[in-house]
Design a protein around this ligand. Sequence first.
Ligand SMILES: NC(=O)c1ccc[n+]([C@@H]2O[C@H](COP(=O)([O-])OP(=O)(O)OC[C@H]3O[C@@H](n4cnc5c(N)ncnc54)[C@H](O)[C@@H]3O)[C@@H](O)[C@H]2O)c1
Length: 358
Amino acid sequence: MNKINVAVLGLGSMGATHVRAAKESPFIEKITGYEPDAARAALRGGELGITAHNNLSEILDDKSIKLIYIAASNEAHRELAVSSLKAGKAVLCEKPMGITLEEARAMLNAEKESGSFLQIGFELHYSKLYMKVKEWIDAGLIGRPLNSHCLYYCSEFHKKNTWRVKSAGTLIGEKLSHYLDLPRWWFDKKVTEVFSMNAPNFVNYFNHPDNHQINYRFEDGSISNLNFVMGIAESDLGDPLMDIIEKQSDDGHALRYMIYGDKGAIEADVFRRRIRRWEFSDGEEKLESRIAEQIKFNKADDSEWFHNVYGQNLRIAELVANGMKPETPASDSFETMKLCFASEISEREKRIVKLDEL
Ligand SMILES: NC(=O)c1ccc[n+]([C@@H]2O[C@H](COP(=O)([O-])OP(=O)(O)OC[C@H]3O[C@@H](n4cnc5c(N)ncnc54)[C@H](O)[C@@H]3O)[C@@H](O)[C@H]2O)c1
């Protein structure tokens, strides 16, 4: 078996996940960590049980390091990805692919010029809940997909004075890029235009909007909507309405997709831990629908079902060790980022934005 050495740039909470996943990969021999500050590098290296330092050139010059995982804060993605690709490394870079369109384009260009491997960390492509949606759509089980709707209430308030709160990028790239990327992947069509709106903030110390209604259209006329609120969740633990209790979903989050085709529909609900599929049939008197399939998953399998960074990273190590190409090309992730940036323009300029403008 081919084994490679890897480096993880940025050893915060996501960097720790990358290190743990790398430790489990049969394709990885040695892991080196990097943080710009020497004391933090030493601290995090010790906590994670790896060698870590603050000398990036040493990592880029080390020919035995074939793959670099970038888990630094968003502002550092472009610089780290471009220099790693130029040094001939394969790169798995966390989303977002840059905090501006220019940064995303620079990363894509560096990939093209270096001919090296660049995949963006859209790990939902490796998560069973979303893979099942893709499988059902590709098998034609809902007919032609026409309309998808994502409802995301998230009461995960980041701490004051952290990079997320002060980030030059917005929550659209930082958080919602995952949920704009999914319908693009499922429908497998080009997005042509977007109209997005945001209301005044719920979280007064965020320096960017914390809620969005993003509407976008695909080239074949199908449409999609993402309604995101980083605010109070739809119910809380004190809710007296028993039929809403289920929505409390551990900590008050809601994350649910409805995808409609002309022959059926799919519901993928993270916090109810289930995915359902309807079949529509054309009866003598009217259209009818029935639930054709339902799959539930257990709390213990949450990561594998809707946040499978481990699965993604194990696969990336395998691909790179065997000289294979990315499973999601960087050019495809760039299209998702275009949709993110076009949504931001739409909010700022209060108009429909054609993606061809970008
Ligand atoms: N795919 C996902 O679902 C997912 C989930 C969480 C976070 N992320 C992404 O992972 C990245 C890190 O997020 P986090 O939650 O670990 O944040 P964090 O704040 O816990 O960690 C960020 C780390 O990056 C380090 N850093 C800052 N500048 C750096 C530089 N120039 N070079 C190297 N390291 C640098 C910081 O010192 C810190 O240790 C972000 O891009 C975030 O969007 C992705």
